[in-house]
Design a binder for this molecule. Sequence first.
Ligand SMILES: Cc1cc2nc3c(=O)[nH]c(=O)nc-3n(C[C@H](O)[C@H](O)[C@H](O)COP(=O)(O)OP(=O)(O)OC[C@H]3O[C@@H](n4cnc5c(N)ncnc54)[C@H](O)[C@@H]3O)c2cc1C
Length: 451
Amino acid sequence: MPEPAAPRAPHVVILGAGFGGLQAALSLRHAPVRVTLVDRRNHHLFQPLLYQVATAALSPADIAYPIRSILRHQGNADVILGEAVSVDPDRRELRLVDGVLPYDYLVLAAGATHAYFGHEDWEAEAPGLKNLDDALEIRRRILLAFEAADRETDPARRKALLTFVIVGAGPTGVELAGAIGEISRHVLVDDFRHIDPREARIELLEAGPRILAPFSERSARRAEAALRERGVAVRVSSPVTQVDADGVTVGVNADGRSVGANAGGKPVGGERIAAKTVLWAAGVAASPIAQGLGGTLDRSGRIEVAPDLSIAGHPEIFVIGDLALYKHQDGRPLPGVSPVAIQQGRYAARAILARLQGRTLPPFRYFDKGILAVIGRGSAVADIAGLRLGGLLAWMTWCFVHIFYLIGFRNRFVVMFEWAWAYATYQRGARLITGNIDEYLEKGDPPAGTR
Ligand SMILES: Cc1cc2nc3c(=O)[nH]c(=O)nc-3n(C[C@H](O)[C@H](O)[C@H](O)COP(=O)(O)OP(=O)(O)OC[C@H]3O[C@@H](n4cnc5c(N)ncnc54)[C@H](O)[C@@H]3O)c2cc1C
């Protein structure tokens, strides 16, 4: 058993074992502190590969790793599976649903979740992708849609079953759309007897003027062309104004006028898209945990942090990753991506150690390694150090980067094997429908038009 920390050592409580919190905990392994890492899940999740679980390329265990296993050799670190509800900065306590954790230093790394911009009721019809449960739910919906379409004899209902709408064309939306395109055009083609999966309609809807907003124009254009090759219809300037069980409405103001335009700038009429599968990749909202701390919050609920990542009036509280609004580098907020969280986690740990030693650190500085998005087999875009990469080279860079940062030797090996297999055969090994299929089975008499 590893040597525990001295019982009177300063107590560092870290909320969230995502990219930021885990990195902070690991970076404190040699510090004279007691670390308690709290998360409502027992695993660290590699979110950038979630869409591969959602589209049946990988299994959940390939991209998640138990937090206790990661820290098993770190004697000064303890793990709590628990849900935090608030912070009491005056008493220096993190409050959990079922207890209280006193701290000397607190690192808040609770991340973000999806935002429906005031339309929370859309969530049931258009799930977002944030954790493994979301990914399995999306996988279930996609695979069940093909199953139901195969039994459906009514052409309109079959068309709706074979229509997949993805709302939001940031990296996650692009990745989901590209993957569904490949499933329908390659993976499933020989598996059904009554439908041609290639007839699946995949609509990628973006409210903004172009896809992949954080990327260069050139990369966005490349990605759009690669998506179209995979059968994805890309519509920009097309805000979704309604989501329900039967589909979405695109680009209509309250007065009924169209506000949409296609990639060529041509107006697109307010249009109803009948679709049984709608996926949400349109917005993020920061965890509400920092709301009572009194700092300035931006529109998505991120809390503004000082150059050393602490919050106003509380130098003992650090906020990092997707929950932090850091804009001291060039005035623009840092993006919600994993390298920011990882680097901030490391910095917060160093800042705590420096405080204990009576030193101060220079302000946090983000080292930007570039951005990547994958469209499908052999196709990705990357903006790295002024270079605009595309195609196979970008895809190989993407594969390498993701394997490199995956935690666990087994996971790296399995994922590498799965990708090589999928590349060679176009197969997706995790095509399992799990969870509740009651709705699909439509208890009672099947409706007319169903085989
Ligand atoms: C689908 C998807 C794809 C992405 N793709 C990429 C990509 O390709 N490249 C990239 O760089 N970034 C990508 N990102 C963004 C990246 O994953 C995040 O920026 C990063 O995870 C942020 O790290 P974090 O530590 O701030 O939060 P997270 O990694 O989200 O971790 C937060 C942790 O806090 C826990 N938690 C939250 N609230 C509570 C609570 N109240 N009580 C207890 N525990 C709590 C959660 O369970 C979670 O483990 C993607 C994100 C998603 C969702």
